[in-house]
Ligand binder design. Sequence first.
Ligand SMILES: Nc1nc2c(ncn2[C@@H]2O[C@H](COP(=O)(O)OP(=O)(O)OP(=O)(O)O)[C@@H](O)[C@H]2O)c(=O)[nH]1
Length: 575
Amino acid sequence: RVVVPERDALRYRTESDPRGLIADMRQQLDHLGDSASSARERDLLWLMGTAAVNVNDDTALTEAVLRLDSLASAQHFSLAAASAGFLRSRQLIATGIGDGISEALRAAAKVQNDSNPVVRAWASYNLCDAYAMSDKARSALSLCEKAQDAYRELGDTWGLAQAENDQGINFANLDQAENAIELYQRSRQHFASIGMDQLVVMVGDNMARMYLKTGRVREALALSQTPLAQELATGRVSDALVSRANIATDYAALGQPALALSTISIAVTDARAAGMDGLLPDLLARRSQMNERAGHSAQALVDAREAIRLLGEHNAKALRADEAALETRYAGRERELRIRTLEHQNRLQDLALKTARAQAAERTEAQQHQALIGMVVKGVSVALILIVGLLYLLLRAQRRHAAELRIQTLRDPLTGIENRRAFMQRAMALLGDGHASRQPHVLMLIDFDHFKQVNDSAGHPQGDRVLSLVTGYLNRAVAATGHVARIGGEEFAVLCPRLGAEAGLRLAETLRAGVAALPLPATVLLDHITVSIGVALFDGSQCHDLSSWMKAADAALYSAKSFGRNRVVSSTVLH
Ligand SMILES: Nc1nc2c(ncn2[C@@H]2O[C@H](COP(=O)(O)OP(=O)(O)OP(=O)(O)O)[C@@H](O)[C@H]2O)c(=O)[nH]1
């Protein structure tokens, strides 16, 4: 057995135990504290009102409607206002007094803008119900379709089954029996799936009418009798009236006119007693037909006239115009809402478009940014390469400059030959290598004779000229065998590695004679210039280092000067 889900239990009781529910609701309402929410109070009142409509409890219904109205105005609570409206509408439709549809339309309009889908589904169903119960099947069809969709979307089986039942009623009113049976069956299945057996029976009653129409009379009668018993037991007067009328119709169809007539008469009497004027015309019309079939023409006419009179009252012109105006307004409002939805969708699409554009712009910007970064990276790379290149060039220039300076520190600026420092380095390097050869190294110290006279007579610049001239000669003469360096003002040194004593002395003599033979420019005011040369050998035995070697050469030079100048003296001669 399927158990009714908890959330449906109370609304199920509006059908299965309406009186008990009214009592419970009253009690709960009496004990509602001041802090109770309006929503809770409205829920209790709605359940109480719904149950009251089902059992024609005017007192409970009036109480529920009044309290809902005051809740609505005190709290500006449109759901409460709509609930009161729908209850009034149900009452008007059930009793057949006044204009139930207008009331329902006004109620629906109050919550038309509600954002809660549950409220919208509820309003949609109540509107469907109002039209269906007012036999306005054509208008009701789309409303009940909408209600089914809304409940299906919410997963509300109870609501869906109710809307399906109403849709079945609409098809029945349009004489589309097969469609009606299909909807009733769906409704019964849905009610059965949530354990609402009494509602399964109630819809079965409706289905029975359709069986009757399609010739399945016995099935119809069987389906109708169960609900009647149930409705009588729960005090659902109007439903019981309808069921009884249906059973009467079943009897008539089964060829039992007397039974049909007595049954429908009970229904008519009950309806009068309960003041169910809304149902009365239909009951009277049916009884009129049954009287006619049973041959009671006079009684048939009385019933028919009364039915027409009641229907006439019910469908007064003014009310119909009211209804039409309300319907138009409602449809207009629906259109407005649709337009608003479309506008909203347009705005959303517009927004989506703008977002897409913004994203595209962002992407472009990002790409430009990337490109910029790429350019900057390239620029920086080029700059770095340039800087590296420049640094390299600078370094090279500096190296060259340093090399230049190094050279300069080793050269004599006047003559362009090596200076004293270069000579010392060269001589030390030579001695540092050790002495592996049999031939000794030769060192000559060359000093100009009476050079002071040149300066004194011809001037210092002319002295310079003579120095350069003689240097040029010495350089050329020595090039193949050694190096010349200017180691003092007018003092020169010639270093000839591994030249040997004999060749060394020969070279010294050649140099002395060569200088003496050098023609001098007229400005020097001298025919020729001579030099004295001291020669010292280095063979690793007599001299041990540069200092002693230099001393030996110097001593030889000194001797040359002493012996009268313009001559070569070897240090070996001195020993
Ligand atoms: N024009 C010129 N004269 C120089 C240079 N260096 C040294 N002298 C001169 O050379 C002369 C050297 O003179 P002294 O040392 O007295 O010797 P001297 O006159 O050559 O005589 P002895 O060496 O004794 O034969 C000085 O007058 C210096 O001024 C130079 O670079 N240019």
